[in-house]
Design a protein around this ligand. Structure first.
Ligand code: ATP
Length: 591
């Protein structure tokens, strides 16, 4: 995986600002509405003072009515403005989050297989679903709470200083303690938020794997053990998260106590000023009401600390994904591989390692110095013991990974020098584990060629011997196949995958023959379908059946990452090397 450069990296928040930028318009409107809402809220307690100090002593009902009317108007205006501002800002926050999810998924699609090898599926899913949600919280809370509250606090304090500076000063003395309380706990909260996030990632990763492999869990009777392991993960998270929550609660309680202390100062010092005749009762009441505007927002700032910490951790995770560069890169300048290709494939001294570290002593490379040339249209069987590098060979041909050294050429073009899309459009792959997507059979067949007509789809299915079983299904081609094609048999899945490859009409075909034997009928249908598919194409079969291998024009024998023998079946059997041993021991006769 690519590493993240550490020099002069902007902080996650600075980078998040860039994501928020497209929504600056609505956000500016939202901030303006916040200011307006604060402006109509601030005079309210002062009306209280006017009622007490002006209307009541004068026993003037008209004046009282007028004050109450203004009071009502202010609150109606405030409610409407709050409604409008929340709508504007929440929509903006949601848009930012949706855009981030889309670009994150797009980026994930561009990443090389090595990234997905190294990162648990659940964690990747957690990046796109949960971490991005924290950006929503941040945008929303940041804007609505932080800006609204800051404006209120500053406005009210300024006003209180103007009304009675000595009392305001008393109140302000409490404020530094809020800051100390927050700063003291911030670093700890950051660490705890990170531990919680990492732990939660593990829980989601575990959950995803166990749900996807429910069949394996059941077949080994591990339901109870898996439930216990899940409980352990959740309980560990409970412990971490409780620590975080408790710290936040402590922060909140101390902040609350400091707020009450502010109230006490107002009542004590203000009461004394009233008794001394230096202040009117109404002013004291108004002061008390204004205090309610100052302290709760400051307590909320403290709550925001938790949102900030979680958002910070989530943003770090998200940007780590964005900073991972695709290892197999394609730049727009590269020419396309001329189509249709003839299908000549050449490996020239190709070496490769899944591990990016240079191989040390005793650790062999996954592939070492593999060279061969396949003229167009041949059927090539790749054989060799398990782990010898057969799948790796085709992974490199499809450019899922790039070789560490050596060259791979298609029709004489080095595959790294042409656009990946043009290369892959010429390659069709039918794997053992034929993953179908949860959609209809028709959608699955036309996956590689979405613009195919109905007629072309039916043709492909017929050639793949899939039409017959599909026609018998109640919903035919509109049958929904279930996640990963779970509602089809192994043989049916394989034939759908062959139809998918036929429709794509590639010049080079890669076929990973199933190791598990299917019943005779299924096997025959697949063999026939493969015969049709292979005609006129260069085909690489990772072969396990003797019948397939015997038919091959060329057999490549792999052993521990090296190409040790190549030739036709009869030649190789006569040679008495690895192939003849494998022939005797391993290849299955057709059932
Ligand atoms: P099989 O017949 O069992 O499928 P194979 O000949 O196709 O085996 P490969 O899948 O090419 O073998 O694997 C070659 C070696 O590379 C093995 O030692 C394997 O452990 C290793 N390997 C395969 N895939 C990865 C991966 N994604 N990351 C790291 N190592 C891998």
């Amino acid at each position: 995986m690519a590493t993240v450069s550490s020099i002069a990296q902007p902080t996650p928040f600075e980078r998040a600002l860039k994501l928020i930028r497209p929504q600056f318009g609505p956000i500016t409107l939202g901030v303006f509405l916040i200011l307006l809402a604060s402006a109509v809220t601030l005079p309210a307690p002062w009306i209280l003072k006017l009622v007490i100090d002006d209307a009541l002593p004068a026993r003037d009902l008209h004046r009282l009515g007028a004050y109450l009317a203004v009071f009502t108007l202010l609150f109606v205006a405030r409610s409407l403005l709050t409604l409008w501002r929340n709508r504007v800002l929440q929509y903006a926050a949601m848009r930012v989050t949706c855009d981030l999810r889309i670009s994150l998924f797009r980026h994930l699609q561009s990443l090389s297989l090595r990234y997905f090898d190294a990162n648990q599926t659940g964690k990747v899913i957690s990046r796109v679903t949960q971490d991005t949600g924290e950006l929503y919280n941040l945008t929303n809370n940041f804007l609505i709470n932080l800006i609204a509250d800051s404006v209120t606090v500053v406005g009210v304090l300024a006003f209180l200083f103007w009304v009675e500076w000595r009392l305001a000063l008393g109140v302000t003395l409490v404020l530094p303690f809020f800051a100390i309380n927050y700063l003291y706990n911030r670093r700890k909260m950051k660490q705890e938020a990170r531990v919680h996030r990492d732990n939660w990632d593990n829980v989601v990763g575990f959950l995803q794997e166990r749900v996807a492999a429910a069949r394996v869990v059941k077949s080994f009777g591990r339901e109870a053990a898996e439930s216990d392991a899940f409980a352990d993960g959740i309980n560990a998270d409970y412990f971490n998260f409780s620590k975080l929550v408790m710290r936040n609660t402590r922060l909140g309680v101390i902040a609350d106590a400091l707020g009450s202390l502010g109230g006490l100062i107002v009542l004590g010092f203000g009461g004394w000023l009233v008794i001394e005749g230096r202040m009117q009762v109404g002013t004291l009441v108004a002061f008390n009401a204004y205090i309610v505007y100052v302290f709760p927002p400051i307590v909320r700032f403290v709550d925001l600390a938790a949102v900030f910490q979680r958002a910070n951790t989530a943003l770090e995770n998200i940007f780590a994904v964005f900073d991972t560069r695709p290892e197999v890169v394609d730049d727009a300048e590269k020419p396309a591989l001329p189509a249709p290709t003839r299908g000549e494939v050449e490996f020239a001294r190709v070496s490769f390692d899944y591990d990016l570290e240079p191989p040390g002593k005793g650790r062999p490379r996954t592939l070492t110095d593999v060279s061969f040339r396949v003229p167009p249209g041949l059927m090539v069987a790749i054989v060799g013991p398990s782990g010898s590098g057969k799948t790796t060979l085709i992974n490199l041909l499809a450019r899922f990974y790039d070789p560490a050294s050596g060259e791979i050429r298609v029709d004489g073009h080095e595959i790294r020098s042409v656009a990946i899309e043009s290369l892959r459009s010429q390659i069709g792959i039918v794997l053992q584990d034929n993953v179908l997507f949860s959609g209809t059979l028709e959608d699955n067949i036309k996956y590689g060629r979405p613009d195919a007509t109905r007629e072309q789809i039916l043709d492909a299915a017929r050639t793949a011997n899939a039409d017959e079983f599909i026609a018998k299904l109640p919903d035919g081609y509109s049958t929904v196949v279930g996640e990963r094609g779970a509602r089809l048999s192994g043989g049916q899945r394989q034939r759908v995958a062959i139809a998918r490859a036929i429709l794509k009409d590639p010049r080079i075909l890669i076929f990973d023959e199933a190791t598990s034997a299917l019943d005779t009928q299924s096997e025959r249908l697949i063999q026939q379908a493969m015969e049709c598919l292979m005609k006129g194409r260069t085909t690489f079969v990772i072969a396990h059946r003797l019948s397939t291998i015997q038919r091959a024009d060329l057999i490549l024998v792999m052993d521990a990452g090296r190409l040790v023998e190549s030739g036709r079946h009869d030649e190789l059997v006569g040679r008495g090397g690895l192939y003849s041993k494998l022939h005797a021991l391993q290849f299955q006769e057709p059932v």
